[in-house]
Design a protein around this ligand. Structure first.
Ligand SMILES: *Cc1c(COP(=O)(O)O)cnc(C)c1O
Length: 386
């Protein structure tokens, strides 16, 4: 790669180049079998992901969004119910709640981690509250211990939106295995991404697992006999075959992301005016995104784009302020921490195939502009580790 070529936010072609042959023979295997929906590939993936996530059960579904939807259906969330969740997440977190006629109730996030702050949850509980849905945002787990304690006291379910957090850990517990249900996404830009949409529900509860399996196929155990109202939430075999190949490399890739995060920390060690992502002690952040904060984020973003450095805002609008939720009646100022995050956060490239030189170029681009006066972080000449 020449010194001036652009550095995208994510380069899936670089990943594909390292596994092309294996991938093609895995897909070939499915083509030869002509079994495209569920079947042995999906069952094998379910076992492998359950083991990886340290859960008893994995149920492959059609997307991360559908994993959340079917999880909510499995605990029988209905119109009028309330589910407490984070105001700072991808839309699906709250959209699925609302699609079932239930009300998303938002508890403000912690400034440092962007994750739901357990301190605010109890004030959100009403007689209609049925569940709490923390999101493990950007690849770092929410503070589950107090959340589980609150849930136990109020007899609420806990659903983890672990779409960005496969393999993340906190106090030796893995994302998706801590609450009653975990929801994973295999959208291509997630750390374990398929060649299309896909997702997985994880749980240690055999009854919930059984219900999710039923819901996934129109509520039918025997074809054409429908016991409960479900839908088509099935995962297809080509995705499963692709994901099984990628799963073997996931820990290596995660280590690459973590190494890149460490390189950034070194490169930005003198940068006073940007804030680096906070890592909770005793945790494994899997860096689905490496999100910095700057009070002059928009300037910085256009500068980086000009320099050919990919970057993105996650997320520009907190969920309570989405137009489709205007009937919930929230107004500017209701979620000041989330609102500040939406104005200050910026994701930088973190994918594992980045080289130390590329990270240095990103860091130099961040330091060289968008800020007047310039940031006090002239590109370091220090050599990175190999
Ligand atoms: C990606 C994502 C989802 C939805 O997953 P899809 O597979 O895209 O449907 C849900 N929640 C969060 C936090 C996500 O990042």
């Amino acid at each position: 790669m020449s010194a001036k070529s652009p550095i995208p936010l994510l380069d899936l072609k670089a990943q594909y180049a390292t596994i092309r042959d294996e991938m093609r023979s895995a897909i070939d295997r499915v083509l030869e079998s002509q079994r495209f929906i569920l079947g042995p590939e999906v069952e094998a993936l379910e076992r492998e992901i359950a083991e990886y996530s340290r859960c008893a059960h994995g149920i492959g579904v059609s997307s991360g969004t559908d994993a959340i939807l079917v999880a909510l259906m499995a605990i029988d969330i209905r119109p009028g119910d309330e589910v407490i969740t984070s105001p700072y997440s991808f839309f699906a977190t709250a959209g699925t709640i609302a699609r079932l006629g239930a009300r998303p109730v938002f508890a403000e996030i912690e400034r440092k981690t962007f994750n739901i702050d357990p301190v605010g949850i109890e004030a959100c509980i009403s007689s209609r509250t049925r569940a709490i849905m923390p999101v493990h945002l950007f690849g770092q787990m929410a503070n589950m211990t107090p959340i589980l304690e609150i849930a136990r006291r109020h007899k609420l379910y806990v659903i983890e939106d672990a779409a960005q957090a496969i393999g993340a850990e906190r106090q030796e517990r893995r994302a998706g295995s801590v609450g009653d249900i975990g929801c994973l996404s295999f959208f291509p830009s997630k750390n374990l991404g398929g060649f299309g949409d896909g997702g997985m529900v994880t749980t240690n509860n055999a009854d919930i697992a059984e219900r999710v399996r039923l819901l996934r196929t129109h509520g039918s155990r025997d074809k054409y006999y429908n016991e409960i109202l479900g839908g088509n939430f099935r995962l297809d075999a080509i995705q499963a075959a692709v994901l099984r190949v990628k799963l073997k490399y996931l820990d290596r890739w995660t280590e690459g992301r973590r190494r890149n995060a460490a390189f950034y920390r070194e490169a930005f060690s003198n940068a006073a005016s940007i804030e680096l992502p906070y890592e909770v002690p005793n945790s494994r952040h899997i860096y689905n995104q490496f999100v910095i904060r700057s009070s002059r984020r928009d300037e910085l973003m256009s500068h980086l784009k000009q320099q050919g450095v990919g970057c993105e805002v996650y997320y520009p609008v907190p969920l309570p302020h989405q137009v489709c939720f205007r009937d919930l009646g929230f107004k500017a100022g209701d979620f000041p921490i989330s609102e500040a995050a939406s104005k200050e956060s910026l994701a930088l490239p973190i994918y594992p195939e980045l080289t130390p030189e590329m990270i240095q170029r990103v860091a130099s681009a961040v330091c060289s502009g968008g800020h007047r006066p310039p940031l006090p972080c002239a590109p370091s000449t220090a050599e990175f580790g190999s």
